[in-house]
Design a protein around this ligand. Structure first.
Ligand code: ADP
Length: 244
């Protein structure tokens, strides 16, 4: 479903991604861990071209973009629709209800019919446990509820892949579980997911593969049990000791 080859990203002089290769099969969940500044967010943002890679190839669901040449903005726009992204800050429209927030993308970006979108949005809000909060505004919702609206909003675009960038980092501890539960359900339903998170319990339980990044490179990857119980590199061992 996802294939990344020799991905490089530079911000000015700073090389942030130094040759990333990554494959994710359909229905698999990959969790990306690593120290702050190692390039995890940038990798995720390169997967939906919120950042333009400096070079390399990114392919999702058989749509390939090769950044060693020029890539047209049309191609990028259609590529972006393959992925749904959930951010650390939920960025909901403050003056729109939960339902309106979820309906916004399909109506304005995909020009879908309102009745059809409304039905889907209600179903998705029910799925994330907010069927009774359709008409609530973001300020009337807890952080965990707002993030679940964020997940429903991303799903409303019917993406092939869901990308999560530290989706629970901004939440009070008691609200983290409800968001992780929704993500776990999504994984169990077969959604292909790439998740940047510090929630190691989630990684252990849900990830098919854990990727440890450091200094713009993938240092180690493997099944959660391999990475957490039997890390091979000193760098991974050191990182895991620090977060314990
Ligand atoms: P992580 O998610 O692992 O914490 P990031 O991908 O956010 O790492 O950042 C990696 C490095 O890239 C950091 O040094 C960060 O300061 C730098 N960086 C990220 N985004 C930008 C940007 N838009 N402009 C310049 N530097 C950036």
């Amino acid at each position: 479903m996802i294939s990344v080859q020799s991905l490089y990203k530079q911000f000015g002089e700073l090389e942030v991604l130094k040759g990333i290769d990554l494959n994710v099969e359909q229905g698999k969940v990959v969790v990306v861990i690593g120290p702050s500044g190692s390039g995890k967010t940038t990798l995720l943002r390169c997967l939906n071209i919120l950042e333009t890679p400096t070079s390399g190839k990114v392919e999702i669901d058989q749509q390939a973009l090769d950044f060693s040449g020029k890539v047209s903005s049309n191609k990028i726009a259609s590529f972006r629709r393959l992925t749904g992204m959930v951010f650390q800050s939920y960025n909901l429209f403050p003056h729109k209800t939960a339902l309106q927030n979820v309906m916004e993308g399909p109506i304005t970006v995909k020009k879908e019919a309102k009745a059809k979108v409304e039905e889907r949005a209600k179903r998705l809000l029910e799925k994330v446990g907010l069927g009774d909060k359709l008409d609530f505004y973001p300020f009337q919702l807890s952080g965990g509820q707002q993030q679940r609206v964020g997940i429903a909003r991303a799903l409303a675009m019917e993406p092939k892949v869901m990308l999560f960038d530290e989706p629970t980092s901004a939440l009070d501890p008691e609200l983290v579980g409800e968001v992780l539960r929704v993500m776990k359900e999504l994984a169990q339903e077969g959604m292909t997911m790439v998740v940047v998170t510090h929630e190691m319990k989630f990684a252990k339980e849900v990830a098919d593969e854990v990727i440890f990044m450091d200094d713009g490179k993938i240092v180690e990857k493997g099944k959660p049990a391999e990475i957490f119980e039997n890390p091979k590199t000193d760098r991974t061992k050191q990182f895991l000791r620090m977060i314990e």
